[in-house]
Design a protein around this ligand. Sequence first.
Ligand SMILES: Cc1ncc(C[n+]2csc(CCOP(=O)(O)OP(=O)(O)O)c2C)c(N)n1
Length: 605
Amino acid sequence: MLKSGAEILWECVTREGVETVFGYPGGAIMPVYDAMLDYPVHHVLVRHEQGAAHMADGYARASGKVGVALATSGPGATNLVTGICTAMMDSSPIVCITGQVASHLIGGDAFQETDVTGITLPITKHNFLITRADEVSQVVREAFYIARSGRPGPVLIDICKNAQIEQAEFEYPENLHFPGYRPPTHAPQADMARAAEMIAQAERPVILAGHGVLKSGAMPELADYAVKTQTPVAMTLLGLGGFPASHTLSLGMMGMHGEAFCNKAIQEADLLLAFGMRFDDRVTGNLNTYAPRARKIHIEIDPSEVHKNVHVDVPLVGDLKMVLGDLLNMVEPADHKEWLDKIADWKADTAQRDILAWPCDDNLYASHIIRDLWQLTGGDAIVTTDVGQHQMWAAQYYHLEQPYRWITSGGAGTMGFGFPAAIGAWFAHPDRAIWAIVGDGGFQMTQTELATAVQEGANVKIAVINNNYLGMVRQWQEFFFEKRYSAVAIQGPDFVRLAQAYGIPSRRIQKREAIADAYDFAMQTTGPVLLEFEVEMEEAVFPMVPAGADLDDMIRRPIRREPESAATTEPASPTTATRSSVMSGQSTQTAKVASGSARAGGLAA
Ligand SMILES: Cc1ncc(C[n+]2csc(CCOP(=O)(O)OP(=O)(O)O)c2C)c(N)n1
């Protein structure tokens, strides 16, 4: 049957089960948009293509399916780039379809011509340039397969305008043949036997559970393994939810802002079992001193991750769910009582250092806001975040018992991700509570999608954690640059009135006692709601491993707050921004020279 390339595209996309796509039209992709009208696809018109990529990503992470973003050539395509990079770093399966100028114009600097396959080469799992209509079906089929299989990731299809318009014989390619691409499944038996032997010898094992646990759906195998071998489980930022936070074997989050006792356990371990994680620098700290006494077993689907940052003793290359399932049958039960008791001792002072344990003062802290949200939603909401302090507080205080509820940009650390990702997640789960916890800086990068949320009636709640600072950078300047604040005081709009301008109900919260009522209001209201929390401006995220420091060399929160003397609460001096000075534009370049608890060294945030 003869069909246009654009029709073939939709024939194939809809056969992949796609019902919703996120995009923005333009000249080079008009035939695709025209053909779309004849297919059962809901198109979400974003306000900036970056939003489309993040929505597709949020949809993918919440649903486990492939998210789809559409854009025109040139600037449309380049606006997708940050979103593609974000998906790549976090192994999120999205397919981006971009229009391209007609094939005979390529290389001539035609209007809105950009070499988008060149630009996205290092930030896609694979990309394709289609110049003929008869290539479309095969490419689309392959693109979706590549995106979702093995270690998932973004795939880009750049389709020339003539290939969209011209006709070709349409036959759906039922079978795929990839001689050079075979995602691994089970690990070799000899390696498995070596791993089992090491496990039997270990006295102080720790599991490092990463995003791969959720990606391969290995949560039951992880839980069974941990319980059978009585091995404590530390999680990466993206691994949160892979193992219940309340489990006695849970060590919570590892790394730069992880639990101090968790990092200490890693440093003292004699065996690390890395399950679907990649030893990112934010979880290892100084590699020269990382887990010096531990042998290491690494279960990983992507062979290029093995020995990349950390040399391991036994790599088990395969699908985590399958490999762990196999390993479970090979290991003996253990109790590791002494080791677990030791960790419990290290854990003992954690509660005292927790801000939630401090005497109640009138100040509004993000920790309370997030803790209350966790309690109110029973920990069951889908929570998305931007990047910065609020992201770390959300990771610390929204305790996840279940997988697939935590959507955050880990690898790329993309500000502006949280809100569009929440809209995408809503399309995956319209019946679930969805909260975007965002910073006032990051939100201003993609707040333009408020209009999209309204147009779609997306039941997404937005909590803007407004400290009038680029908080995480401010914290680094406080700790590592002698509190010389450079370009971190940020003026925002009146977020409440901004929301109202879009027709979105909104509230400003300045006191702790108003939190519960505001949440009640948000949850009782259908559709998007914005809550602006005016929080303490100079609060820091604790604990913290300075970049490049040893993993257990953490800056801890003081045990008890002494309002008169605590460095983090010193009153605003004339050179420190206050909320009103920021809002009046007086202190956007201010430098604070008097040092608080500054420590030397450190790199950029
Ligand atoms: C697109 C992008 N630009 C810059 C950064 C560097 N960066 C990391 S955190 C941060 C501050 C974020 O401020 P805000 O959104 O207000 O959140 P807060 O840290 O105050 O919670 C910045 C600028 C980034 N991660 N992403």
